[in-house]
Ligand binder design. Structure first.
Ligand code: SF4
Ligand code: MG
Length: 326
């Protein structure tokens, strides 16, 4: 199957400026050469600790941040090469759901105006059709027509996120990137919004990229999962493989911290040593080596590449690739 989105060698380096003359003295390598594919109708989860570059990856794909390098193939076009105007038109097909819907909803506009604006920007429908689309979409996300004339501050966090979802859906995008869409919500509300996304995914055959620091959230919704560490992808696999047979030592450590329903499946807790290093000064070789319980000499000098260890499971680790780590 042809991927809907294919990211190749994506980089996002932020310059570090210092001194009176604001000279560039280095770079924060927030995204450091990422390859990803998202297939039509699937949900790809992107997980990792905060600061690993997940959100920056999403924003760079959508050109909310200009990429430093790399290609972003979507529907036969390299988004990284489009002009601002071409990209603006493309946004109809590429929508984002943000972590904090409140910050992204204009407080002076009614919900109807917010949704209408999206349709108008992308020249969708006549006025009458727009009215009808908006009335439909508000019910699809579990709110009512009466809500349309209210303002964002009249709603709870969960309701605001429903509005954020409606705004993304209303233009019928081909791909939605959801960046931690439930992490600002109370736990009780989180599952309602996740269930809504799950239903919508089925109903509209949505293709989603779902960014989260929380593996149990990703497990709920995703078909495949990519694990990020310090601006790179260290493992990608389908959900079942990742949860039953995690291979990269970092994935194993992340999973060992997730509570499991059946105690028989309980994994030994792997505690990572030290903190996440600074992406301004990443460790040499495999950037995970200072925290990896299995690191050997080669790990300090040679960076592993992401390669297929079978059944579409891609892992970036010398020991896994050589079969020394099962
Ligand atoms: Fe650990 Fe080495 Fe594998 Fe990196 S390459 S994850 S340091 S064993
Ligand atoms: Mg983030």
């Amino acid at each position: 199957m042809t991927p809907l989105l294919e990211v190749k060698g994506l980089q996002q380096y932020f310059p570090i400026k210092s001194g009176f003359l604001k000279k560039t003295t280095g770079y924060v390598k927030a995204v450091d050469g990422i390859d990803l594919k998202v297939y039509p109708g699937e949900t790809l989860g992107i997980v990792g600790e905060s600061g690993c570059g997940k959100s920056t990856t999403g924003r760079t794909i959508l050109r909310l941040l200009e990429p430093t390098a790399g290609e972003v193939w979507f529907d036969g076009k390299d988004l990284a090469k489009l002009s601002k105007e071409e990209m603006r038109r493309m946004r109809k097909d590429l929508q984002m759901i943000f972590q904090d819907p409140y910050a992204s909803l204009n407080p002076r506009m009614t919900i109807k105006q917010i949704l209408m604006e999206s349709l108008m920007v992308h020249k969708i429908g006549t006025t009458a059709e727009r009215e009808r689309i908006i009335e439909e979409i508000i019910e699809v996300v579990g709110l009512r027509k009466e809500h349309l004339n209210r303002h964002p501050h009249d709603f709870s966090g969960g309701q605001r996120q429903r509005i954020g979802i409606a705004r993304a859906l209303v233009v019928k995008p081909k791909l939605i990137i959801a960046d931690e869409p439930v992490s600002a919500l109370d736990v009780s509300i989180q599952s309602q919004v996740l269930n809504l996304l799950k239903d919508l995914k089925k109903e509209f055959n949505l293709t989603l990229m779902f960014i989260s620091h929380d593996l149990s959230v990703v497990k709920h919704l995703c078909d495949r999962i990519a694990v990020m560490y310090l601006g790179r992808v260290v493992e990608i696999a389908d959900k079942r493989t990742l949860f039953e047979n995690p291979s990269h030592p970092y994935t194993r450590a992340l999973l060992s911290a997730v509570p499991v329903a059946k105690p028989r499946q309980k994994r030994e807790r792997i505690l990572l040593q030290g903190d996440l290093p600074s992406p301004a000064n990443p460790p040499s070789g495999c950037t995970f080596h200072p925290r990896c319980p299995y690191a050997t000499e080669i790990c300090k000098t040679k960076a592993p590449s992401l390669s297929d260890i079978g059944a579409g499971q891609l892992v970036s680790c010398h020991l896994v690739q050589s079969g020394q780590l099962k």
